[in-house]
Design a protein around this ligand. Sequence first.
Ligand code: NAP
Length: 341
Amino acid sequence: MTSQPYVLVTGATGFIGAHIVDDLLERGCKVRAATRSLKKGELLKQARPKYASHLDIVQVGDFSEAASFRQAVKDVDGVIHVASPFSYSVKDNEKELVRPAIEGVKAILEASATNPSVKKIVITSSFASVMNADRKSPPRFTYTAEDWNPLSYEESASKETSAVIAYRGSKKFAELEAWNFAKERKPDFDIVTLCPPMTFGPIRHPVSKLAELNESNAYLWKVASGKELPVARVPFWVDVRDLAKAHIEALLKPLAGGKRFIIASPEKFSYGLVGDIVSEEFEWGNGRVAKGESQVIDDSYDLDGLTAAKELGLTYRTFRETVKDFITQAIEMERNEIWSR
Ligand SMILES: NC(=O)c1ccc[n+]([C@@H]2O[C@H](COP(=O)([O-])OP(=O)(O)OC[C@H]3O[C@@H](n4cnc5c(N)ncnc54)[C@H](OP(=O)(O)O)[C@@H]3O)[C@@H](O)[C@H]2O)c1
């Protein structure tokens, strides 16, 4: 792989994908951004006039339409596969979360196997594929990249289960699809998977109104806009800019090949802490943030994001910086929405 490869990014018009696109472009790489919506793709491109000659948009179909992915991987040196459904507002867990996540990984791997120029595939998995909701301290423990969530396919896909559990299953079985492919098919490319927890931070993808925010940032906005205080299921998080950098380093560093990394800040968070930060950092904050029962951050267990920081050369941002940067942007969006009414 050269130091400035041609890279296909799936989910490029999403929250994390757009940061990855920008990071690649800033490093001089050529990027092919894949999306199901050409309109969103064009908006992404129009917002980056400086990089017009380095950024092309490709429309892909549903993950089950393999032909469009064969076209999308043509001539690229590497793939960063970000696209996967991340929403807790679904009616059919298996159809809307579990199956598309698995089919997406399968489609990318099968397409890449037909294209000898692809040298590495980095896949955005999730801490959801690592955590075991039944594991409790004491004794104190630390989740590492060796851990896997124990959900069965049936539990994840069941109509009775919550979308949160189904999402955890979707990420586990999609990631396993990749590692099984590597073991059984021994492709010419390396695979790397990244497992981030809740990811927050400023947005760079096309979003016309706050109601369209991605799932994770929508929780921060709930706090700042005075809605009911959400409860964090786990106290782990990462800044989207640090996560984007991790993807690029995983792609470019030969030693990352074949590895699974947890990308997570060592600092822990709660939505109560978001409220405190907003109150302290913004003049309007105190009178407006969501109130609820005071939240104690669960410090009884840890997540090892430091191994990845060392191997990939990352420095994690502070939670205060992440919240401040996103809320500054969200407030500006709110003002624009009010003025344009
Ligand atoms: N945000 C977090 O807190 C977080 C944490 C850990 C892991 N992740 C993982 O990071 C990735 C990106 O998440 P995000 O927060 O950036 O979400 P996002 O803004 O919703 O972006 C997801 C992208 O995936 C594509 N996608 C979704 N469902 C699809 C489907 N059924 N078929 C084809 N494409 C589909 C969409 O692309 P188009 O509509 O343009 O086609 C969308 O832009 C996901 O794999 C997610 O599991 C996210």
